[in-house]
Structure formats: structure tokens, C-alpha cells
Design a protein around this ligand. Structure first.
Ligand SMILES: [Zn+2]
Length: 118
């Protein structure tokens, strides 16, 4: 489990294309972060840092939406944890899971209850 978290942080999150992963939220480049349409309240007040791994809404009192990128993609696309890993690594980071086979044996990793909140 922690191997997966380690893999995500070392290799995947640094190069993950957040604009592509969250295209339906109409990301706009604001320098250090992307402004987003909030998945919860629909206002243009949500954001993700370009190196960030969670989506937050700035309407602290009226919305306060906050969700990890992992959970957002998994729930949006109705994926299993294993499918979420594939989507983040291969579709959004442009990496091959096979290339990590020396570091992590994905066949032995139980992702059933995995949820990345880190
Ligand atoms: Zn909101």
C-alpha cells in the first residue's frame, strides 16, 4: 500500500497533467495553481495547485469542497482503485506502469480499499 503512495509521490504526481485530468472543470492557468469550476457548488472558486494532489473550494463558509485528486477521478469515472491507478499513471502522467515493475509488484498489491488522501 505505502509502495503505491510512494510511487505516486515520487513519479506520478510530479508530472501528472492536472489540466487534462480535470478538463471538465475548465481549468485556467493562474500561475501556481489552476482555477476550476467547483464540482460541488458550480462556482469558479475551486482550485488545484500545479503540484497539488487535492481540489479545494475557496467558498469556505458556503461550500468548503475538498477532495483528493485520486478520489475525485475514481468517483467521477466509477473506477476501481486499480483502474484509478492506471488512469493516473498512464493516461494523465504519461507513464507506463510496467516501467515500475522492478520497484513494485502490482499483482501482489491489494488495492481494494486503497484511497490516496496524501
Ligand atoms: Zn464550491
Amino acid at each position: 500500500m505505502s509502495q503505491v503512495v510512494d510511487l505516486l509521490h515520487r513519479y506520478v504526481y510530479p508530472v501528472l497533467n492536472r489540466s487534462a485530468a480535470l478538463s471538465e472543470l475548465k481549468p485556467s492557468d493562474k500561475g501556481d495553481y489552476l482555477a476550476l469550476t467547483c464540482p460541488s457548488c458550480g462556482k469558479r472558486r475551486a482550485y488545484i495547485y500545479k503540484t497539488g494532489i487535492s481540489i479545494g473550494c475557496n467558498r469556505k463558509n458556503k461550500c468548503a469542497y475538498h477532495k483528493s485528486l485520486w478520489d475525485y477521478v475514481q468517483e467521477r469515472d466509477h473506477l476501481t482503485p486499480s483502474e484509478t491507478l492506471h488512469r493516473l499513471v498512464e493516461d494523465y502522467a504519461g507513464l507506463s506502469l510496467d516501467s515500475f515493475s522492478n520497484e513494485i509488484n502490482l499483482n501482489k498489491v491489494n488495492l481494494d480499499n486503497f484511497s490516496s488522501r496524501f
